[in-house]
Design a protein around this ligand. Structure first.
Ligand SMILES: [Zn+2]
Length: 139
């Protein structure tokens, strides 16, 4: 089982960035996700941006599910824009997406930078909190 620090996972994600410009306008591969599973395996994905695109987290999860794994211990995404690298948390859709693969991924550690991280469940506060309104609100 691999034990990789936040910094090692961030560096791994950075090393996989492969920016490509499509049709002189659309950039893909500028965001790179690395996740590590409970079995200690790493999966990598790059974003394919566009109206029907996917995030790098979804690409990494596709590789993970293809390998028959579902439980994510840690996940990190980095993005290169201009001459800067940023660590970015998963978008709202990806937060939900990660829990749809496995409810236990609520415990996934989302890396925010070299020295800090947050549990996915803490990025999904009020998740599935439905408040039924009184009957008078029915149309
Ligand atoms: Zn996303």
């Amino acid at each position: 089982m691999q034990h990789l620090s936040n910094e090692e996972l961030i560096k791994k994600a950075i090393s996989n960035i492969k920016i490509k410009i499509i049709n002189d306008e659309r950039k893909i591969g500028d965001a790179s996700c690395v996740l590590i599973t409970d079995k200690g395996n790493l999966y990598i994905g790059l974003n394919i941006a566009g109206h029907v695109g996917i995030c790098s987290e979804q690409a990494a999860c596709g590789a993970m599910v293809t390998a028959g794994e579902y439980n994510i211990l840690k996940i990190v995404t980095v993005r290169k824009e201009n001459n800067e690298i940023s660590v970015i948390p998963p978008c709202g859709r990806c937060r939900e997406f990660l829990t749809k693969i496995n409810e236990e991924n609520m415990e996934t550690e989302v890396i925010l930078n070299i020295s800090s991280s947050i549990k996915l469940k803490d990025l999904l506060t009020h998740h599935k909190e439905y408040n039924i309104l009184p009957q008078e609100y029915l149309p």
